[in-house]
Write a protein that binds this ligand. Sequence first.
Ligand SMILES: CC(C)(COP(=O)(O)OP(=O)(O)OC[C@H]1O[C@@H](n2cnc3c(N)ncnc32)[C@H](O)[C@@H]1OP(=O)(O)O)[C@@H](O)C(=O)NCCC(=O)NCCS
Length: 224
Amino acid sequence: MPAIPADAVRPSLTIQPLTLEDVPTMCEIEELAFAQSPVAALMYPNGRGASTPDSMAYRFRKVLNDPSKAYAHPLKVVRTDTGDMVTFGVWIRPLTAEERQDVKNKAAAGPDPEAPVDDAMDKEFMSAFRREMAASHERTMGHRPHWYLELLVTHPRHQGIGAGGAIIRWGFDKAREDKVTAYLESSAAGFKLYEHMGFKTIGEVRVWDGKAVLPCMEWTPEGL
Ligand SMILES: CC(C)(COP(=O)(O)OP(=O)(O)OC[C@H]1O[C@@H](n2cnc3c(N)ncnc32)[C@H](O)[C@@H]1OP(=O)(O)O)[C@@H](O)C(=O)NCCC(=O)NCCS
């Protein structure tokens, strides 16, 4: 992240629901923001391919469109001065027992057969990654209800202006209202920020004997 002077004036930001028209911008931001990510290097050992954008767009459209994912809150942060989308994220509200079972069943069923195949992706790594993420989530949070930050990405040009923090605080308000905690698996790039926001490490996701390690983190509202 570029160094931002502590006294720099931050632009005014607004949070809005993501829509299907945002999908191309989401793909662009995701590709730029994860360009240096060690996990992305394992997912794409030879870099992204020609089929990667289609596969990513399908995944994002599914989050926005799939009625069985009504528990997902896909959000974007827009700069009010330029109208640019600078960040997007997905919070998942606390699931009912039925929804948790549905998520588990879908995970056990493997990759979505209708999704376009991403030829550049290491399928073995990806399936181990998905499996370990789900197992760590279950191990650390079990049946405790919580808000789950599934995704958070800020355009590299707009990092450090408080946009990611705005999405995080949106989820904190929901967790406070529901008197539950908030949970996420952290990337290397996000870890310091999440600690700064008050998340504590409660476990880890280990994939391929530690080739990829992601801390599992939880935030507890004041007084809970
Ligand atoms: C992680 C990421 C989403 C952060 O988004 P961002 O919009 O730049 O974050 P913000 O500017 O809102 O920072 C949020 C808060 O964390 C603080 N912060 C940011 N980086 C920090 C660091 N390295 N150490 C301590 N605090 C930090 C900011 O000061 C801010 O706090 P404040 O609002 O109290 O001042 C962004 O860097 C990114 O997209 N990275 C690549 C993709 C990724 O790894 N996503 C996370 C997946 S789990």
